[in-house]
Design a protein around this ligand. Structure first.
Ligand code: PLP
Length: 351
């Protein structure tokens, strides 16, 4: 392992050579009164408001606003149609199908593996330790000449805990490929984000999303933060208009309401901690895993039975009992106070 990171060595040759699509909105960006360059419908849309014009391909306004909130320059930011788009682009940029590999650290978010399979990229799994932390020796041993990326998720889904910061830093400092840190749940965490470390680590990619704390899962907006050099690659590969106009406009509006979101985060964290205590008190609960996210992993005797019981009561949780290191586990998302009360009341009647 060496620590000199060179992005060009990591990129697939076809991506290094790629000439990206140049859209009408790339070629003319100014103000004009008659736009006859993009084959749009000049009459409008059959709606109360018009969506007949293509959106800004690079979402300048949106990035500027996000930049103010995140404290990261717009040039270090890629916006995707959900985090999933960013994950897929990373595979396509760096991994030669049938040749290269990535390291995943189960139990973790399922999309890293699905996206690897779609792109025909081999996976090396290095399970987390019993307390869901990184196995640094295992990771070091798994890395070979064709290892292009390591995906880390902190706070981790489905376990809920944050990874030890020093361990993540060790991986960042010693791995000569991309380290992708998925911070989908960072707003609920006691841990600090890694987005302030972009100047420190050229191989760092941080993923965040508006799908969780911001309550905008239906609009599909994922963010990747990385060096300018990496962001340029994202922009080269992405579909020209990957963030639609409705999403760009609605997210701009939503970002004005950060106080509401911060209040929800506070309440969710308080509800989570209350829920954890109540779960702990249930006689059939074997373990309540500490959570830095908006969900709790619990281990019980008969997870499937409890799952079915809750479904019959119209309460749906996630059965994770077939996942590595999660035998017996259900994952429960924190709801509103009323929903959590109903959940607990149902759980107290189960035996
Ligand atoms: C929910 C979640 C996401 C969000 O994905 P989007 O495509 O942005 O909705 C990303 N990573 C993890 C670990 C998640 O749990």
């Amino acid at each position: 392992m060496t620590t000199t990171f060179e992005l060009t060595k990591l990129l697939r040759e076809n991506i290094q050579k790629l000439v990206p699509y140049s859209s009408a909105r790339d070629e003319f960006k100014g103000e004009a009164s008659i736009l006859l360059d993009a084959n749009e419908n000049a009459y409008g849309s059959p709606l109360e408001r018009n969506f007949n014009r293509y959106p800004d391909p690079l979402q300048h306004q949106l990035k500027l606003k996000l930049s103010g909130i995140k404290g990261v320059p717009a040039r270090n930011m890629f916006l995707g149609n959900g985090s999933d788009e960013a994950i897929d682009i990373l595979y396509r940029a760096c991994c030669r199908p049938g040749i290269d590999n990535v390291i995943l650290v189960p139990p973790t978010y399922g999309m890293y593996e699905v996206s690897a399979n779609i792109n025909d990229v081999a996976i090396k799994k290095v399970n987390l330790t019993a307390d869901f932390q990184l196995d640094l020796n295992g990771i070091a041993e798994a890395i070979d000449a064709n290892t292009r990326m390591i995906f880390l998720c902190s706070p981790n889904n489905p376990t809920g805990n944050s990874l030890h910061r020093e361990d993540v830093e060790t991986v960042l400092a010693n791995f000569n490929g991309l380290v992708v840190i998925d911070e989908a749940y960072i707003n609920y965490s006691r841990q600090k984000t890694f987005i302030q470390e972009l100047t420190e680590y050229g191989n760092l990619v941080v993923l965040q999303t508006l799908s969780k704390a911001w309550g905008l899962a239906g609009l599909r907006l994922g963010m990747a933060f990385a060096s300018e050099e990496i962001i340029e690659i994202f922009n080269k590969i992405k579909p020209p208009y990957n963030i639609n106009l409705a999403t760009q406009e609605l997210v701009l509006k939503a970002l004005d309401n950060i106080d509401t979101v911060n209040a929800w985060i506070k309440e969710t964290v308080a509800e989570r901690d209350g829920l954890a205590e109540k779960l702990h008190a249930l006689p059939y609960v074997l373990h309540v895993y500490p959570s830095d996210a908006n969900f709790i992993l619990v281990k019980i005797d008969e997870p499937r039975k409890l799952y079915e019981y809750l479904v019959a009561k119209s309460i749906i949780v996630r059965d994770r009992s077939k996942v590595e290191l999660c035998a017996g586990c259900l994952r429960i998302t924190v709801g509103t106070p009323d929903e959590n009360k109903e959940l607990i009341s149902a759980l107290e009647k189960f035996s």
